[in-house]
Structures are given as structure tokens and as C-alpha cells.
Ligand binder design. Structure first.
Ligand code: ADP
Length: 184
């Protein structure tokens, strides 16, 4: 049977856990030989969307391009894991309706927790005024209203978050139920 492709879209604040969860999901699915690709916002901004900034227009263009590529891949049977802050709801919805096979993962931790983690030191720089328009500090983040999965990374550990994603993919028929991981 041909693999059904899907775009799995991780959205959330910087430091919420998008990269960490999507890498672990990738590791599990790759070990089961699924065709898979990762589009990580930080990496994409160094090539596909190089030169774009962080205005609303540029952020939307960034998401549109990521959505375009992930559509090409997922319609050819690839499981595409996108992790991008993607703070605006309307562009996420636009990408969702274009792609169709789209599963949204809201990686949610309070901004205080993300700031405390400060994985890349960006919150410190934003607070110091070195970065303007930083999502969650002085730029908006619009949470999904109908995400298929919400991972509360301040309340659950990584394995729980990962299991939620994998099990949702099984529930929606993108991977066999047998591939699902232990109950939560
Ligand atoms: P993002 O990609 O959203 O910017 P990262 O994945 O780079 O975020 O960083 C998230 C940080 O939060 C990592 O240091 C990770 O170890 C930590 N963390 C704690 N709990 C979780 C969890 N349940 N899921 C994912 N990350 C977690």
C-alpha cells in the first residue's frame, strides 16, 4: 500500500519544544522506514526563505513558502514535519486548506517558561532591546483554535508529547495503528 503523505505542522513560541518533539518523532518514524522530511524554521530561513525578516508580511511569506514545499512533498507520500513559530492563525489556516493532509500540533508552554529555558538566548536579547518584534515579547502569537494535538511541554515530558503526536497520526490513518506508541 502506498504511504499517505501528510504535513505535520508544529507551531508555538520559540523554546516551546517544536524542534525537540519533531526530531524525536522523526527518529521514531525513520526507524520504521517511513519516507520523511523535516523543515525546521531556523534552517529554512538560512536557505529557502533567506533574506526574509520578521514583519507580518515576511513571516507570512516564510510560512507560504514552507507550506508550498511541504505540500509538494506530502502529496508524494512523504511525512513532512514542519517546525516554525508560525504565529499568525490566518496563514496557518491558508496552508492547511491548500495542503488538505495537514495535522497541526500546538506546542504550548507559557512564555515565562520559554523565556526561562531561553534555549538560544533570544529572549534575553529581546528583553535587552537587541531584537525587535520578538514573538511573545513584543509581537503577537495567535494560538490555534482547532489543533489536532496540543503538547503542554511545561506539564508533560518529552515522551508524552511525542506519543500524542504519533498516536494522532495513527488515529488519522497516516500510519498503521500498530505503529502507535504506548498509551499515555
Ligand atoms: P523550539 O523549537 O520550539 O524553539 P526547542 O525544541 O529548541 O524549542 O527547545 C525546547 C526546550 O524545552 C528544550 O531545551 C527541551 O529539552 C525542553 N523541554 C522540556 N520539556 C519538553 C517537552 N515535553 N517537549 C519538548 N521540549 C521540552
Amino acid at each position: 500500500m502506498k504511504q499517505r503523505g501528510v504535513t505535520v505542522w508544529f507551531t508555538g513560541l520559540s523554546g516551546a519544544g517544536k524542534t525537540t518533539i519533531s526530531r524525536k518523532v522523526a527518529e521514531i518514524l525513520r526507524s520504521q522506514a517511513y519516507p520523511l522530511e523535516i523543515l525546521d524554521g531556523d534552517v529554512v530561513r538560512q536557505n529557502l526563505t533567506k533574506g526574509l525578516g520578521f514583519s507580518k508580511e515576511d513571516r507570512d511569506e516564510n510560512i507560504r513558502r514552507i507550506g508550498f514545499v511541504s505540500h509538494l512533498l506530502s502529496r508524494n507520500g512523504v511525512i513532512v514535519l514542519v517546525s516554525a513559530i508560525s504565529p499568525y492563525r490566518d496563514i496557518r489556516e491558508e496552508v492547511r486548506s491548500r495542503i488538505g493532509d495537514f495535522v497541526e500540533i500546538y506546542v504550548n508552554a507559557p512564555v515565562e517558561v520559554c523565556e526561562d529555558r531561553d534555549v538560544k538566548g533570544l529572549y534575553k536579547r529581546a528583553r535587552a532591546g537587541e531584537i525587535r518584534g520578538f514573538t511573545g515579547i513584543d509581537d503577537p502569537y495567535e494560538p490555534p483554535l482547532n489543533a489536532e494535538v496540543e503538547c503542554r511541554t511545561d506539564l508533560e515530558d518529552l515522551s508524552e508529547s511525542v506519543a500524542k503526536v504519533i498516536n494522532k497520526l495513527a488515529e488519522l490513518g497516516y500510519i498503521p495503528e500498530a505503529a502507535a506508541v504506548g498509551a499515555l
